[in-house]
Ligand binder design. Structure first.
Ligand SMILES: Cc1cc2nc3c(=O)[nH]c(=O)nc-3n(C[C@H](O)[C@H](O)[C@H](O)COP(=O)(O)OP(=O)(O)OC[C@H]3O[C@@H](n4cnc5c(N)ncnc54)[C@H](O)[C@@H]3O)c2cc1C
Length: 414
């Protein structure tokens, strides 16, 4: 596969861009792979990428029922940060944030990582106390965050109204090297790198069954035929319950739609990401100028990948006191994705009751930020049988009562 470079762009400019090859191959499935990963979202692709890059394992198929990145990966609001409360979370999310810093260079694909800074507003005394606690926990964990005063919030975000009256801004938890990245470029770049290593990324191929022999996984049935495999990775976010059912075990997961919307494009007015968790809303401005807006998850379990009017109204209404300018914007489009929520709002990266079958799920409303770190850790778990980054996130924690409570850091926002 040819490398992208400034020289290649110049060369193609002189020949009407006729020399660009497909970014990744579209192979027919083989009968057998050493490893099958179900789900070509960011996490599935990152798992395959690091299995190849770190462990030299390349006889791998990543199987996707729709189009690559068409699940939550291509539907999220792209916030990347690592200021979680608990030690295992901070380690995993900070690893991921650090990998994002150089992911474009690693993949030779511009994922448009923009470390523009993310702030989480404190709009009640309780929230302020919570963030001060997180600030101190992050200092011990080596995660660079700090609590900033309302005047600094106002300086960083001139369009904000910090005076309330219902929810005045009392400060914010600020992570300067947090930010955003282009979500589908992350999936495309990873798919291209996997394809370049000889792996098969197979789209339009749904897994419909999992076969086992002597307690270990042996094959998957798909809409394009039966495929035998030595190891299986299930990385399907909102459909994790369905895949686990096929593999014969149950998960402590609920699937819920999470929605987002964008406004019409406007001139640049905000160059950081702001999350207002008390009122359930957050926003950033895209490179095209749209205000990218998200809110809370639907209040009932469902598998519908769509947006709804009441949610648009609810989210914008919540934000308008703090961002009065929103009341004058037209909203352009809305959508939804199916997120996989655990009770403690932390992910599951784990072996399963079926031998050689591994699961990566439970990222809920906030897994985009974890994409490279999750892939890094999951690859280690699948290749070596354990990883220091995944140990605390095993399925056993629900049986043993070792919850990793991130409801403050992840219960609402991203
Ligand atoms: C509206 C919204 C906003 C969000 N905002 C943020 C944010 O700002 N920051 C953040 O960090 N996170 C955010 N998230 C969460 C984030 O998008 C997800 O946690 C993350 O993208 C999950 O990635 P994934 O690869 O695990 O899942 P997905 O990208 O959903 O990939 C799973 C894939 O599995 C495939 N699949 C399912 N069943 C089968 C089957 N039977 N056979 C084959 N393939 C199958 C699906 O088609 C899908 O492509 C948001 C999510 C939504 C919906």
């Amino acid at each position: 596969m040819k490398r992208y470079s400034a020289f290649a762009i110049a060369r193609e400019a002189f020949r009407q861009h006729s020399g660009w090859a497909r970014a990744w191959a579209s192979p027919e499935p083989r009968n057998h792979y050493d490893i099958v990963i179900v789900g070509a979202g960011g996490h599935g692709l990152a798992t395959a990428y690091y299995l190849g890059k770190r462990f030299g394992l390349t006889n791998i198929a990543v199987i996707e029922k729709g189009w690559l990145g068409g699940g939550n990966t291509g539907r999220n609001t792209t916030i990347i940060r690592s200021n979680y409360l608990q030690d295992p979370s901070a380690a995993l999310y900070e690893k991921s944030r650090a990998l994002y810093e150089t992911l474009s260079q690693d993949l030779n694909y511009n994922i448009m990582f923009s470390p523009r800074g993310v702030m989480m507003l404190a709009q009640t005394e309780a929230e302020k106390r919570g963030y001060l606690r997180t600030e101190r926990a992050n200092a011990l964990q080596g995660v660079d965050t700090r609590f900033i005063q309302p005047s600094e919030v106002q300086r960083l975000v001139p369009i904000i109204n910090i005076h309330g009256p219902r929810y005045p801004v009392l400060g914010a938890l600020w992570q300067e090297r947090a930010g955003t990245a282009r979500h589908d470029a992350v999936a495309w770049g990873l798919a291209r790198a996997c394809s370049a290593m000889g792996m098969h990324v197979i789209e339009q191929c749904a897994v419909t069954g999992v076969e086992s022999a002597n307690g270990a996984v042996s094959a998957v049935n798909t809409t394009r035929g039966r495929i035998t495999c030595g190891k299986l990775g299930i990385v399907v976010a909102g459909h994790s319950g369905a895949l686990a059912d096929m593999a014969g075990f149950r998960l402590p997961i609920e699937s819920v739609a999470l929605q987002a919307l964008v406004s019409e494009p406007i001139k640049p007015c905000m160059d950081v990401v702001v999350m207002a968790n008390t009122v359930h809303g957050y926003l950033s401005q895209s490179d095209k100028g749209e205000m990218v807006i998200g809110g809370g998850a639907d209040g009932f379990n469902n598998y519908t990948q769509r947006g709804s009017w009441h949610h648009v109204e609810e989210t914008v209404r919540a934000l308008v006191e703090t961002f009065p300018m929103l009341s004058r914007l037209k909203m352009l489009r809305q959508w939804g994705g199916i997120v996989d929520m655990t009770g403690d709002r932390s992910p599951i990266l784990s072996k399963t009751p079926l031998e050689n079958c591994f699961i990566n799920c439970g990222w809920g409303t906030g897994g985009f930020k974890a994409t490279p770190g999750s892939g890094w850790a999951m690859a280690e778990l699948m290749a070596k049988g354990h990883s220091p980054l995944t140990d605390a996130f095993s399925l056993n924690r629900f049986r043993e009562g070792r919850f990793i409570d991130e409801s403050v850091a992840a219960g609402v926002a991203h």
